[in-house]
Write a protein that binds this ligand. Sequence first.
Ligand code: ADP
Length: 625
Amino acid sequence: MAKKQFKAESKKLLDMMINSIYTNKDIFLRELISNASDALDKLYYNSLSEDASGLSRADYKIQIELDKENRTLKISDNGCGMDAKELETNLGTIAKSGSLDFKSNADKEKDVEIIGQFGVGFYSAFMVSDEVTVESRPHGSSEAYCWKSSGVDGYTVTPCEKETAGTTVTLKIKENTENENYDKYLDPYTIKDIVSKYSDYIRYPIMMDMETSKLKEGTTDEYETVTEPTQLNSMVPLWRKNKNEITKEDYDNFYKSKFYDYEDPLLTIHSKTEGQISYDALLYIPQHASYDYYSKEFEKGLQLYSNGVLIMDKCADLLPDYFSFVKGLVDSADLTLNISRETLQQDHLLKVIAKNLEKKIKSELEKMLKNKREDYEKFYRAFGLQLKFGIYNGFGVHKDVLKDLVMFYSSSEKKLVTLGEYVSRMKEDQKTIYYACGETTDKIDMLPQADAVKAKGFEILYCTDDVDEFAIQMLREYNDKTFTNICADKLDLDTEEEKKALEDENKDSTELLDAIKTALDGKVSVVRFTNNLHEHPVCLTSEGMLSLEMEKVLNSMPNGNSMKAELALEINRNHPIAEKLKALFETDKDKLSKYAKILYAEACLISGKSIENPAEFSELVCELM
Ligand code: ADP
């Protein structure tokens, strides 16, 4: 049986095209300008082989004209133009791309960067206009033709007059509706904005007459409004220029105007990659976090260009969350765009680019850390939190990328240090990396445990952000060195004899220690003597996985009110209070229980935990005074 051809209902198809492909109406201008740019590229390409146009490349341009009264927007180019047949095939057939055919036949070596490929962009004009007219005259021909359509009811092609070769597309802009403002497409400032957003790097000048205020001739303070041809696009993308032609100021100004920052960036990364996939990337690390950076509203992402045309404003897939502070753009001609050219088709090339960028950002940060310490600390104060979240999130899968970039405040250096620096300073007999958690470095510094560890000559890392301890637990170790929370974990500071003596003492004092535990009525699960306190009489340590700091963090979250760290009350074996307690156990059990309560309250206060019954505590103290 003979196969039958599908018949496309072209009216429906057109309607679908116009109303469902695009999410953003402004795009129509990008599409028409891209077509004009393609037409100029084709003319240029052809003129390389057969000098037909008589134009030099400097004459090539795209002109926009607005007429508010007649509600028209015109886009003209002096590009290749179309004859009657081409108007029919290119504009009469949906999804026919003359540009794609051209590209497939063109010689790759020549400097053409054709943008079109799907054969649908032109129809986006109907999103904003009721009627579209295309007048066109090919170079070298004296005949011009006019294609006209008001959308779904078809089109006509008739001969017309056109003075110059090229194409003029005229849109009759729709009237405003309740939900949609179309008038804005007749406003020169809106048009200028749309052009600079989407078409700033089209390689031909895009001109429009604009009003500017100018000093009147012969005066020094009188201004007049004059209408002048104005170029709307900057044409050459900064990132396409040779690096040695770009000054720091160029980079900085570009950053500030493009990403709305008032300060210069802290670091600029400009990389050109060629090979399996070619792209240019221009990345910036800001000096400070934007006001919404740590809020839900923040959207990460880099701008994505294809051949200088903006495709996406925030392409999130290009940046991992932990580097979300990076601003910038990527330009590549190798990506497969989706039909509206507003997004990409699932693209593994994008993943390759993202992986490369991640490596690049990491190595640039490491370089800054090594060579520009002050800058790095500034960076870290602004974005370090994000790096620590990066370690914690995803059960630590990214910890290897980040472990050399994080910093903590050091007890001995009195400044931020990296884990690598800490380890390089570790003493010969030091087995582990000591850290402590608390609200501020001052408060941690006063912890009894910190005293003891410092007295032994060990450095301590102070964790003052909520996420710190969670991140460290996710790291588990750094270069084979484990971490020890000085308030939670067993501190192995003693020599073998000291350990033995302590063990004996705890065994001999079982009854005393039990009596203290009973007096505390379930508040602690163990009471024991310790060698780990330097000058303080007592401290609280946590048993098991949940530390006191984690208890605080978790309980401050909504619905988190049920977490309890299991606690041990540790008593300084070398403090006079130890002897006093032993004596009271023999003579006055009632007083012993009061002492126990006071010591527990003291330990709570020192570790930053609130005491449950302050009134009872102060009464007890007064009584004993
Ligand atoms: P695409 O640009 O993706 O090919 P369009 O629907 O925008 O698809 O355009 C269809 C075709 O019409 C183009 O491929 C091109 O051959 C032709 N065309 C559109 N605009 C112009 C123009 N200004 N000058 C010359 N040819 C044009």
